[in-house]
Design a protein around this ligand. Structure first.
Ligand code: SAM
Length: 257
């Protein structure tokens, strides 16, 4: 962990607020549902078992890593999972967010070993999860694992985001939910955001991972929050949640999660 990252965390910690600082009913209810729900949903056990299985999987992945951190030296499913998969604490936020907002279509940029895809698929079996990754060898393995678990609401889309993402949003026309979790550079983040914008509606939700991981990502996050199309933006340090609902006041709420 770099010193810069630690300093960013300290700054977040001291500027962050709690549920008692949420002055609108919407925000209060949102925080309670998405961050404060401590129910032990049985789906969590399914996802935790899947992660455990992956962490013991020595299958070698020979295709090169993609994205903003290609220097990560990973070669097995176990190592890749350790390096990239969302921890339960944050994957649970995606799960609860989906249960609360009930999107019909769910897009994920960055499947990796499928941990966050599984949480999102389990959260709403009636929704279709479209998960994208350029690591085709890995995606095929994860696809088989999901078939073995009989998870049927996930479409795995192989290829570079630059090609697959615009094609998908054009096909879907209207987007309910996107989890941006790959290629964390300023240019790519803004490009994907702008690609998706013509397809949003009042209840669309975007989640950006790693918003405080680098200066570039902080800059992208600030620009997204300041954009005229966004209203309520919630910063939980490791992730940022963006809403477009025009009935909500425009603000960035830094929540101490
Ligand atoms: C952080 S990992 C995703 C982790 C996953 N969402 C989870 O929590 O379980 C990012 C993934 O994005 C993929 N990726 C990065 N840049 C990409 C690009 N330009 N096109 C396609 N895939 C890319 C990488 O192959 C990697 O598997």
């Amino acid at each position: 962990m770099s010193v810069k990252f630690l300093l960013r965390f300290v700054s977040y910690y001291f500027s962050s607020k709690t549920v008692h600082d949420a002055h609108s009913n919407f925000l209060f209810n949102f925080i309670r549902a998405v961050f404060l729900d401590v129910n032990p949903y049985p789906d969590y056990d399914i996802a935790k078992n899947y992660r455990k299985q992956l962490l013991n999987d020595a299958t070698l992945i020979t295709s090169p890593a993609l994205g903003a951190r290609p220097q990560i030296k990973t070669s097995t499913i176990a190592q890749l999972t350790g390096a990239t998969a969302k921890q339960h604490r944050y994957a649970k936020v995606l799960y609860l967010l989906i249960q609360y907002c009930k999107p019909k279509n769910i897009i994920e940029l960055g499947t990796a070993t499928g941990v966050s895809a599984l949480y999102q698929a389990l959260a709403r079996p009636s929704a279709k999860v479209h998960t994208l990754d350029g690591n085709i060898q890995l995606l095929e393995i994860v696809k088989d694992k999901f078939a073995q678990m009989n998870i049927q609401n996930v479409e795995f889309i192989p290829g570079l985001f630059d090609n697959t993402f615009p094609a998908l949003v054009n096909k879907l026309q209207t987007i309910d939910y996107i989890f941006f979790d790959g290629n964390h550079t300023y240019d790519s983040t803004i490009k994907y955001f702008e690609t998706a914008l013509p397809h949003i509606h009042n209840k669309t939700i975007f989640i950006f991972d790693d918003i405080n991981w680098s200066n570039e990502m902080q800059r992208a996050w600030k620009e997204i929050c300041a954009h005229s199309s966004t209203t309520l933006c919630i910063d939980i340090f490791m992730m940022g949640i963006v809403l477009f609902d025009t009935s909500l006041a425009k603000q960035t709420f830094v929540y101490r999660y």
